[in-house]
Design a protein around this ligand. Structure first.
Ligand code: NCD
Ligand code: ZN
Length: 349
């Protein structure tokens, strides 16, 4: 069985920097035409100047003959000004601004503590329709890690939407039924990205026969009930849900550790993994909208005019891939993925 789709985009991607960046960018560029590049480097990408330099670094890692466009984001801090937003808009390369609650995830220390501090900047973004991408988790130590997304929706997101109804907001890597319901409730201009791992696995994966650091990401995997809600949202045809892998490579040594970091690498098999989910749900005919139409519509960008082809032929994922001087253990390492890309390069125009 074969499936030819308009070439998709990845609306949430981490590519890191330097050697690691050069190792992972080709996996994405061979499949996706564009990707929203997350700004949470060790030194956050907080200015247009930094975004421009980072974009150049990504472009330099794209294999020859492949058309790939990195869509840059700025890291929102309490110091980000409306003037910086205006500058970002003029640059033409910045497509969104990312909100990390301080301490919520990898390299989020420079993120936001007092959300009110960002209101003048959000006001400016709302006026221009520049999307705010949110890592939707509270960080209070007294909120259970599995409840942090729903607490964020109640305490922060609902308020933001009420105050800035015109602001396009993406609840990134939505993981709960609560998040899905919030998006569907349709207040404001809220959409959500969904990762392959949150569609394929529930939280049991983290503990199956032992502690499995390669299934640890943030927001953490949730109960089966939530996974089902995500599958329904992704495959249900609602244009407010679209593809964002959150592929987040970390060296094996940083994952297999006494304090392993959060992030799952999926760029090597992203579309094949989503195809498994849609096939399982009997909704392969809706994969194209989720992967290739809904995202551009939300961002006000054109659909891609080339295609990719997936074929239903199982292949075995390697135990690891090189990541600079180290290795990354990918999602499904050492196991099978049911679909693969046949035509990786964008030569079908
Ligand atoms: C991401 C990373 O490693 O940069 N980690 C993750 O678990 N998803 C950051 C993020 O998106 O939270
Ligand atoms: Zn992410």
């Amino acid at each position: 069985m074969q499936l030819t789709l308009t070439r998709p985009d990845d609306w949430h991607l981490h590519v890191r920097a330097a050697d690691a960046l050069r190792a992972v960018v080709p996996y994405t560029a061979r499949c996706f035409r564009r990707a929203i590049i997350m700004p949470n480097l060790e030194i956050p990408v907080a200015t247009v100047k930094q975004a421009r330099a980072y974009r150049d670094e990504v472009l330099a890692a794209v294999p020859r003959g492949i058309d790939f466009e990195p869509l840059m984001t700025l890291y929102l801090t309490e110091k980000t000004t409306p003037e910086q937003i205006e500058k970002a808009l003029r640059s033409g390369i910045v497509k969104a601004v990312k909100l990390y609650p301080a301490g919520a995830t990898t390299n989020s220390a420079s993120g936001v503590v007092r959300i009110e501090q960002t209101f003048p900047t959000l006001e400016c973004m709302a006026a221009h329709g520049l999307p705010l991408l949110v890592h939707g988790e509270v960080t209070d130590a007294n909120v259970d890690v599995f409840d942090r997304e729903s607490a964020f929706i109640d305490r922060v997101l609902a308020r933001l939407v009420e105050r800035f109804p015109q602001l396009p907001i993406v609840l990134e890597h939505v993981t709960t039924e609560d998040g899905v319901e919030f998006v569907k409730s349709g207040s404001g201009r809220v959409a959500a990205t969904i990762t392959p791992h949150h569609l394929l696995y529930n939280r049991n994966a983290i503990f199956e026969g032992g502690l499995r650091p390669h299934f640890y990401c943030l927001p953490v995997l949730k109960r089966e009930r939530h996974r089902n809600a995500l599958v329904d949202a992704a495959t249900g045809g609602d244009p407010r849900f679209f593809l964002g892998t959150d592929s987040a490579p970390h060296p094996r040594s940083r994952k297999e550790s006494g304090c392993g970091c959060a992030g799952i690498f999926s760029a090597h098999a992203a579309m094949p993994l989503y195809a498994e989910v849609f096939e399982e749900a009997g909704a392969l005919d809706r994969l194209e909208a989720f992967a290739s139409f809904n995202g551009p519509a939300f961002y006000g960008l054109p659909r891609n005019d080339d295609t990719i082809t997936l074929v239903r032929e199982p292949w075995s994922v390697p135990e690891s891939y090189p990541l600079g001087t180290e290795h990354v253990v990918p999602l499904r390492a050492g196991a099978e993925v049911r679909w693969q890309l046949t035509c990786e390069v964008a030569d079908k125009r």
